[in-house]
Design a protein around this ligand. Structure first.
Ligand code: NI
Length: 253
């Protein structure tokens, strides 16, 4: 099956010892592209270095809401410089996270997000959005800006939000948590959405389908199989559609 892992973190320390093997297993599983995401300037630079090292790896670069405290014009300039790299296919992961109380105040998170949405428009690349407990605030920002296209990574909203995001040019990205037994609400949303608007990711090393284990890009196949079961179609149909969706959005060969 042709597959793309639309979002993961290959720079994570959990991959430090065996990344060559992890990539080899992904290629064996049919994965043609892996998009690894930065979360601050250092990890964005690391993502670009991995994209330079591995042909099948692409990068997105940006400042995650967890790192919004330190954001300034100098950081924005560094992300802009990285964004121009030929293997950087988007700006991310960026967004809002109101779950963790130690994160920057909401107003700062929103300012950091808007600056990077503007950057994405400027460099003409899509965005990878992180949203935790900030659904309404995120949709308000996407509605009032000349918003770029992108994906809502590890989608956690409801069906109405998914449809509103799709109307704004977004794709809905389902992560490994879609395969969890208690994910019935998320699975119901996946059932309703057209395959043309869905992409699949692992968010590796997080959200392993085998809970408690390290996740890796090869497991994106499990996401495709789960969506196929939910939609009562062949896994190949899901793999083809989601691969095409990611390729078109991120403009990968
Ligand atoms: Ni992530």
């Amino acid at each position: 099956m042709p597959l793309i892992d639309a979002h993961c973190h290959l720079d994570d320390a959990q991959f430090a010892d065996d990344l060559d093997d992890v990539i080899a297993r992904a290629l064996d599983a049919g994965i043609s592209a892996i998009i690894t995401a930065g979360a601050d300037v250092a990890t964005s630079r690391a993502a670009v270095e991995l994209a330079e090292k591995y042909a099948s790896v692409y990068a997105v670069v940006g400042i995650h809401p967890h790192a919004a405290h330190a954001f300034d014009d100098a950081q924005l300039d560094q992300i802009r410089a990285l964004a121009l790299h030929r293997k950087v296919v988007g700006i991310g992961e960026i967004g809002l996270d109101f779950y963790w109380k130690e994160n920057a105040p909401r107003a700062i998170q929103e300012r950091v997000l808007i600056a990077q949405l503007d950057l994405a428009v400027e460099v003409d690349k899509p965005v990878v959005i992180h949203d935790r407990d900030a659904h309404a605030e995120l949709m308000a920002i996407l509605a009032r800006r000349t918003s770029p296209r992108g994906i809502l990574h590890c989608f956690s909203g409801d069906l109405a939000m998914a449809r509103a995001a799709i109307d704004r040019g977004f794709l809905i990205s389902f992560a490994g948590n879609l395969t969890f037994k208690n994910a019935t609400r998320l699975q119901a949303i996946a059932r309703e959405l057209p395959l043309e608007k869905i992409v699949i990711e692992t968010d590796a090393p997080y959200l392993s389908p085998l809970r408690g284990n390290r996740n890796e890009p090869a497991n994106v196949a499990r996401g495709a199989e789960k969506i196929a079961t939910i939609k009562n179609v062949e896994p190949r149909v899901v793999a083809d559609a989601t691969t095409q969706n990611s390729k078109m959005l991120f403009r990968m060969e």
